[in-house]
Write a protein that binds this ligand. Structure first.
Ligand SMILES: C[S@@+](CC[C@H](N)C(=O)[O-])C[C@H]1O[C@@H](n2cnc3c(N)ncnc32)[C@H](O)[C@@H]1O
Length: 171
């Protein structure tokens, strides 16, 4: 019995460590921008039913669930943290949009973004240059990018929501 408890405690500890450490290694906590800011960003991007929305660093999946539930989008999250991804999947299924949400575990700099209609990124200016270059290379023409809290280098915003610090870019 005590061996079983010890194994359970170690498993929980490992999950907690993975939960905290993986985003820390990537230099960003898995904090959400909050539902209102997410809705404002997706509205600004004019996300349409059936379009593909990609959230770069999807954390616990708040953006994916709102994009699928409220906008009818196919939502793709790319997130380094495996525990965050497990929680995102559970959230998507609980909200009944499991089939419209896909989550990839890994580094979004290695992902192919060529099928995205809209890219959402709540990151920091540390990402601005490398991400700006990747998006310019890979996104199809007319794709939209919304950034929350930071500016993409090499791109000119077409609009700026000063209250929520959201910028909209169009390729
Ligand atoms: C501030 S959170 C954003 C969460 C979510 N997008 C939202 O707005 O609710 C940033 C997330 O990006 C992830 N992240 C940072 N760099 C990454 C990278 N290169 N590849 C994949 N995920 C990354 C972190 O693990 C963290 O969960």
């Amino acid at each position: 019995m005590s061996t079983l408890l010890a194994i359970l405690a170690i498993a929980i500890l490992l999950i907690c460590l993975l939960w905290i450490l993986v985003p820390a290694v990537y230099g960003l906590p898995p904090l959400s921008a909050g539902s209102n800011r997410i809705r404002a960003a997706l509205t600004m991007a004019e996300l349409q039913p059936g379009e593909t929305l990609v959230d770069l660093g999807s954390g616990h999946g708040g953006v994916l669930v709102i994009a699928a539930c409220e906008f009818g989008a196919n939502a793709v999250g790319i997130e380094a943290g495996p525990v965050q991804n497990l929680i995102s999947r559970v959230n998507a299924f609980r909200k009944g949009v499991g089939s419209s949400v896909r989550i990839e575990t890994g580094d979004f700099f290695q992902a192919d973004l060529s099928r995205a209609h809209v890219v959402y990124a709540y990151l920091t200016s540390r990402y601005a240059k490398r991400l700006g270059e990747k998006l310019a290379r890979e996104l199809p023409s007319q794709a939209r990018v919304v950034t929350v809290g930071f500016e993409l280098i090499g791109w000119e915003p077409v609009s700026f929501d000063r209250e929520h610090l959201i910028r909209l870019y169009r390729k």
